[in-house]
Design a protein around this ligand. Sequence first.
Ligand SMILES: *Cc1c(COP(=O)(O)O)cnc(C)c1O
Length: 493
Amino acid sequence: MDAQTLEQRLQELEQQTLLLEPTSLERLPVQQAVEAYAQSFLEDLPHLPVFVEMPDKGAALLDSPIQEDGMPVQAALSLLQAHVDTPGINPASGGHMGYIPGGGLYYSGLGDYLAAVTNRYAGIFYSSPGAVRMENMLIRWMAQEIGFPADTSGNLTSGGSIASLIALVTARDAQAITCRIIPDSVIYCTSHTHHCLDKALRIAGLGECQLRHVPMDAQYRMNPSALAQAIKEDTEAGLKPWLLIASAGTTDVGAVDPLPELAAIAQQHQLWYHVDAAYGGFFALCKAGKEKLKGIELADSVVMDPHKGLFIPYGSGAVLIKNQNQLAKSHHYQASYMQDTLSVTGEVSPADVSPELSKHFRGLRIWLPLKLHGIAPFRSALEEKLLLAQYTYQQLQALPGFEVPVAPDLSVLIFRYVPDAAIDANAFNQNLIKAVQLDGRVFLSSTLLEGRFMIRFAILSFRTHKATLDLALEILQQKAKELEAAWEQTTVC
Ligand SMILES: *Cc1c(COP(=O)(O)O)cnc(C)c1O
């Protein structure tokens, strides 16, 4: 290309590229349309169904392919509204009490907006010292809330799964579990341990370790004497016990393992002690929750999810690790000479302690709501959730036909309806939850407990209050009655 053609082409391309930089006059209506969309979403939220089953499951979105020319913002928002924000579960709704909800704080959305517009790179201290300081400050705040020491290190991740991976890779290296000894190395957890830990173990090359599912007590908490016995047998058999995974709030029933007792056993046998508090960790913010989580401060590593108990939108997990040198050793990619200076140079760079290099500036979506609201309302919301679980437990126990096998440790509650003896209880409860979900005013999910089909309340959204639970209990009674009547009619015919 000769110089003149080159210049001409560059001019053309520059003109076209400028389309990517709307002027303030062009930005304003788009920004207003997006904001109006968000506002009407929030205004409508109390009346929106929490679950919508659409026959096409949003497939009509694909009728509008990604194409050369842009479209007006209203048209794009209409696509979003119809095909994305309608079908399936509405996790922003206070009626969402399935799986593990959280909600999604509005100020987090504004934090994300600013993080995206300014595009600070929070991976390396040198590149954005303020952003890295903010993320590490949040990690130290979480550490303080659960009773971890001031020099705790860690990482803000996309969620509990990646946070668990970081913890287990660090544990693996701290315990010197290399490939030759993997088949003789033993890990202890329960059958209620979250599946993301199995996934993390496999990804970390630890899938061929021996995995012991330690028996649980009647409340589905790990039994410490069964653990001690298993370790004893494994040691006598010449195996190497090295990792204990406890849960501070299981997904199935919300059980908190006996953390102090397990810590003592881990310490006695020099196991790495990991506590999965992805769901339960932020209950440490309220007094009753802190009491339940006693012993968590004795762990070597803890995972807790801001997108659960801190009500941040999806995409926010955290891992806290006491041994900051080991965390860095297991994840650094160039500078082993920096290890000793980690705390001296200022701040640990997230890129040195995680699998990521380029990453979302996740701190801002947590920092902004914490700064604007203060911690106090979070403490109240979490205490409210614990008490709502107690309230629901008491109400359900008093309702004829409903069976509640265990009192909730935190805010997950399992129950089922026990129908007339002639009716198969599992099939009945499966139909009951389907009916509740299709009703669309509240969303509950289910689990299997020793072959019994159980329905679950997971009360965690900051938008869930007493009226939500009263409504759910009313719907459950009504649907159970209708189903039972319909069932009896079909058997009569
Ligand atoms: C949600 C959850 C996880 C997994 O975390 P993600 O953020 O979904 O990746 C792990 N453990 C428990 C107990 C959980 O509730």
